[in-house]
Write a protein that binds this ligand. Sequence first.
Ligand code: HCB
Length: 213
Amino acid sequence: MFRPVDKIREAMSTFDQEKLIEVAKGSLKNGFHPLEIINAITVVLREMGEKYEKGEIFIPHLVTAGEAAKYVISELLEPLLKDKAERKTLGRVVIGTVAGDIHDIGKSLVALMLFSAGFEVIDLGKDVPIEEFVNAVKKYSPSIVGMSALITTTRPMQREVIEALKKQNLRHKVMVMVGGAPVSAEWAEEIGADGYAENAIEAVNVAKRLMGG
Ligand code: HCB
């Protein structure tokens, strides 16, 4: 019997985007709904996140598989949904690495884990200026803004973004979650963020808590 989750697990274990595209197309041909295939992909991504936490696979594996999954979902499967609202998400998250900082591995992992957990994620990338975070809050009305900072000298940007949101009267509309090597729960409290996460798995827990879950 054709089970998309088994085929997807097999394809994603090769970290080959073309294989995943082939399996997704095969699943559609076998009559599976795009949503069933999206769900199967996120199940496998979550399994891979657990393997990463146990040290069984490494960051490049997770990132390659995550990128392939993101591509297949956003380019092939989501366009087939009649109504985007068909894919219910836990909430919308805007995330980025703050201005002056080009470290994006951790931020991308957090984005990937949030996506796998069922959040809609808008990734602004790295070296994101304060105004871009503010404009993204205006444009996308996210439930959560996630900020990453990896250098002690860029960490203050997290405070700056929070202050800019206050100035624009947007702060009460959005939850703020911060992370990164020099970031701590104490720092998060000091700058008035709503949550701090030490790693990507914790970020999912914090995001769910901020959504009231
Ligand atoms: Co870079 N670098 N680096 N670096 N770099 C660090 C961060 C140092 C600590 C290394 C050191 O000196 N010991 C250091 C910062 C020192 C300080 O704070 N004062 C440093 C420096 C100084 C620099 C440059 C300035 C070096 C130079 O050019 N002189 C330069 C930065 C230039 C700039 O940004 N303007 C630089 C450059 C680089 C690269 C390009 C070579 C490379 C980055 C590649 C990339 O990201 N695309 C790099 C790397 C890889 C590192 C280290 C070795 C690893 C960072 C990493 O990816 N960790 C790092 C050493 C370290 O961190 N101890 C070193 C793995 C990820 C998975 O962990 O902590 O990023 P993470 O993310 C976690 C966690 O924090 C949390 O979840 C993630 C997943 O579990 N999290 C969030 C992160 N963001 C979150 C947001 C949320 O909302 C919630 C949770």
